[in-house]
Design a binder for this molecule. Sequence first.
Ligand code: UD1
Ligand code: UDP
Length: 384
Amino acid sequence: MGNPLHAMVVFGTRPEAIKMAPLVLELQRSAAFKTSVCVTAQHREMLDQVLTLFSIKPDFDLNIMQSGQTLAEITTRALTGLEHVFREAKPDLVFVHGDTTTTFAGALAAYYSQIPVGHVEAGLRTGRKYAPFPEELNRKLTGAITDLHFAPTDTARENLLRENIPADDIFVTGNTVIDALKVTVRPDYCFTRQELNNLRKDRRLLLVEAHRRENLGEPMEAICRGLRRIVTDHPDIEIVFPVHKNPAVREPVYRHLSGMERVHLIEPLDVADFHNLMQKCTLLLTDSGGVQEEAPALGRPVLVLREVTERPEAVAAGTVALVGVNEQQIVGSASRLLNDQTAYLKMATAVNPYGDGNASARIAAAVCWRYGLTDVRPADYQPQ
Ligand code: UD1
Ligand code: UDP
């Protein structure tokens, strides 16, 4: 065997870290790869929570986060920092993930250095330039640069084929978030955040997460007003809302909801706590992308606080419903599920269109095949 392939894994935010951690661990286990990790730290605390949980020590840390950062600031700081890292480390292949500004800057910096790019979670699309903003364009632009596209589902593969990406460059792998979920969720799990162990068993738990840029402003106000009404209308409901670190999220959330009995506004949870809390909750209300993939696997219904989703598989399966960001619709949809056991049970069905926990192994195998280290192209992931 020749020299191992130097694969550099680049990420910067919480969701990228959660979904890249299983791949980093997989590559580190394989003798075919020399693995290095570069974090832009577009997020700081929320990234570090994940690095600690998975015991990942970055080789490079650009530490770019600033409070209230603009998109142009993130892009330029990440791009310049990554150029220096690539020049110094000279990786053979750069992995980026998903659709954040770090993703796009990572792919662009690799292209400028003429290093091949592997895009994990490739091919998600809404077809609407501003929904989600700026993620739809981040993933399209990243797709235009990418050499190896790791699509989580067949739908994502189809999206890429429609953009004339060669079929040979696309591998359907499942989503690495299911690899992570298999590690974190335990029946006997004890929460690191003590107050979560003390939640009352006679109350139903609503778990909330909302942060998207296109929801900042009036949509976030409407979401908060809706949550107030839901908790007031249902005396047996308790809301846990780990509030994203973005000041533009925290201000309206605390203004509307702090001090309310049965509403717990808490700091972002580490991912093991969050996954196990999902397992215990009755219902999720969220605009998060990752949560839409995790909840179906856990059999928990999700009301998506957005107008469109790039994750249609769980909607088709019936576990996820799009409710938009209108106060009336949010209250109506949540109340229907909380009051109607039949409607609730119809949604609370465990389906898993997103993976079997072996996505990272498929990605590593695909790279080995592409670089001639093995003769067999890995079979595409097919949901059972
Ligand atoms: C980013 C991604 C979004 C992803 C989200 C996941 C972009 C443009 N957006 O959005 O796709 O869904 O992450 O959460 O890439 N902050 C902290 N500490 C942290 C993290 C954030 O203080 O650990 C605060 C900072 O003030 C920062 C602000 O949050 O400026 C916004 O962070 P940013 O990464 O720009 O945007 P997100 O909304 O988090
Ligand atoms: N998550 C977490 N702690 C929390 C809330 C969410 O670890 O307090 C996890 C969640 O399980 C999912 C990921 O964060 O894996 C989703 O990240 P986020 O919602 O920030 O971004 P998105 O997926 O919308 O890009």
